[in-house]
Ligand binder design. Structure first.
Ligand SMILES: [Ca+2]
Length: 273
């Protein structure tokens, strides 16, 4: 009986590997960072934004959550604002002259002045808050599921949502977000992958594999920070408690062919961690 089960398991595994092999039409890219910048490794990074030479970073954990502004690449903190101990900070985005920040399980978000970090307002969110970005018209939020939720930036009410899929299958665990040249980039929790999503269809168009420079060693220090510098066509990438921000140039992407093992690991690796 056990032997039969083993044979069956073997057949299923082989069939699945054949399926993976024949079904890799979503391109996977890697970037070799052109620069490594200072990052405060004490920060449990949950949101990253860049504007006019300044880096805005939101960090998590109860009792350690803050919103911080620093000169990009510098250790000097220009402004910081701590959240009350009961809040676990999550994604941030800058829309017009305000910074929006989510919290994880408190059903609440905060709105600050982009220059002074003075608290302007609070808003309610339904469910958990994970990542946040905007497309110039709408705020776009993730909550760890396969959905992107669109919010009106004035009322903060949901105006719609989008199911994200990778080759027709739901892409769960969407985390920190960044809107880049019409696409939504999303870190995938507990992996070294960023998916690039078409915000009109929800389809994952391509994957960015960060394993060539990821600092992830344990369960929690995952990649989780994406910020776009439009003037320089560069993207800043970091993670929770990482020592560096890695600068990649969008015009220097390199397509890679992943072997079966790494493709299977992408899909199921989280089960092992
Ligand atoms: Ca971001």
């Amino acid at each position: 009986m056990n032997r039969l089960l083993l044979i069956l398991l073997f057949i299923v595994t082989v069939l699945y590997l054949i399926f993976l092999w024949s079904n890799e039409e979503v391109p996977v890219y890697q970037f070799n960072p052109v620069e490594q910048l200072y990052h405060d490794k004490n920060l449990f990074t949950q949101g990253l934004e860049y504007k006019n030479g300044l880096l805005y970073e939101g960090s998590g954990l109860r009792g350690a959550s803050e919103l911080r502004v620093s000169q990009i690449g510098s250790e000097k903190i220009l402004q910081r604002r701590f959240l009350e101990k009961k809040y676990f900070g999550e994604g941030i985005t800058i829309f017009k002259d305000q910074v929006f920040q989510l919290t994880w399980q408190s059903g609440k978000g905060f709105i600050y002045d982009v220059n002074t970090l003075e608290l302007h307002d609070e808003f309610s969110i339904t469910g958990e808050g994970w990542g946040l970005t905007n497309d110039g018209q709408r705020l776009i939020m993730s909550n760890g599921s396969d959905r992107l939720i669109f919010l009106d930036p004035n009322s903060l009410k949901p105006t719609g949502e989008l199911l994200v899929n990778l080759k027709g299958k739901p892409q769960f665990l969407l985390n920190e977000l960044e809107y880049i040249n019409g696409d939504v980039w999303a870190n995938i929790w507990k992996s070294d992958q960023i998916v690039i999503i078409d915000p009109s269809s929800g389809k994952v168009k391509s994957i960015v594999d960060l394993s060539n420079f990821s600092e992830r060693k344990r369960r929690h220090d995952v990649s989780n920070g994406i910020a776009f510098n439009e003037e320089q066509n560069t993207v800043y990438l970091t993670g929770k408690n990482w020592s560096y921000i890695y600068v990649i140039r969008l015009d220097q992407k390199k397509k890679i062919n992943r072997n079966l093992f790494s493709r299977a690991y992408t899909r199921f690796g989280f089960l092992l961690r």
